[in-house]
Design a protein around this ligand. Sequence first.
Ligand SMILES: C=C(C(=O)O)c1ccccc1
Length: 373
Amino acid sequence: MTSLFDPIVIGDIQLANRIVMAPLTRNRSPGAVPNTLNAAYYEQRASAGLIITEGTPITQQGQGYADVPGLYTPEALAGWKQVTDAVHRAGGKIVTQMWHVGRISHESLQPNGGKPVAPSAIRAQSKTYLINADGSGAFAETSEPRALERDELAGIVGDYRRAARAAIEAGFDGIEIHAANGYLIDQFLRSGSNRRTDDYGGSIENRARFLFEVVEAITKEIGAGRTAIRISPVTPANDAFDPDPQPLFTHVVEGLARYGLSYVHVIEGATGGPRDYQQGDKPFDYAALHAAYRAAGGKAGWMVNNGYDRDLALDAVSSGRADLVAFGKLFIANPDLVKRLKEDLPLNTPDKDTFYGGGAKGYTDYPALENVA
Ligand SMILES: C=C(C(=O)O)c1ccccc1
């Protein structure tokens, strides 16, 4: 029987185990440049089968939060090389989560102080994170977006392609397309944020068009075996909403099955919230989604996330419901989470007050067991 601790090959990437560090925004990269503290943080967690970095904007237009690292300047790419070298020296594997926030941004972060972009000019009831003049961080209301012109979309697809190539050149083992949590690609998918009347809006096929253009461009650029994607069928994060997610995301995974992707990453329930959260009039059927992907010929690793503990994770893999399990908060507080799960040892408790912004406190100072007297 397959175990959470068994090795696995996902596309072109070989992993020592099936325990994944989920993407975690930490707002500790001033100037959008990864630094030595970031390298130490990821190196500490290199025993994960796979590290997925925090969301990493593909351009300044795709940046929605202060002090998150980018993938679009030479300085940032040099900073990421420090990180990937450190993780590889420690024997780990690491992919970067490629992010365009769409409307979940603030004019002060946008090129020339312009409006954030979105499928439609519908403001999200959500917040983003800014750094004040005195250096303190605070969440602020997102700005009113403008609707993207149809002829702008090819340019953004090109931004994803270029960023994917840059990520591989910076030493990443692959990339994860951020198509979840109410950001740009998810804004196109969900009818609550996509009221377009052109061929990128209306039907499920039209609303998924942008997602598949991004997948097509990236897989052609770096290969499908190094390409992955994250989706969140029912999350309300960032004001995401669709009244009928099952057919929408069945269409998405059946389309993804055409590509030999590395993995498909599914957030079950509300991101960071209840696993049984639902949108629409019936509970979402994650087993049916997985089955639809396999029935369509999909062979990628099936990664699940949100609120998993040791027992739930062991069962998910041993039952075949999932191939990999991604842990977020537990990896924040336990750099040696793999050892602790394997030996069923006590876990450090995450400190919510230091999740976002700041320095080493609550970031690189959580003790690993061998460091505990
Ligand atoms: C990248 C994020 C996501 O995917 O929700 C994020 C951003 C800000 C705070 C928490 C999470």
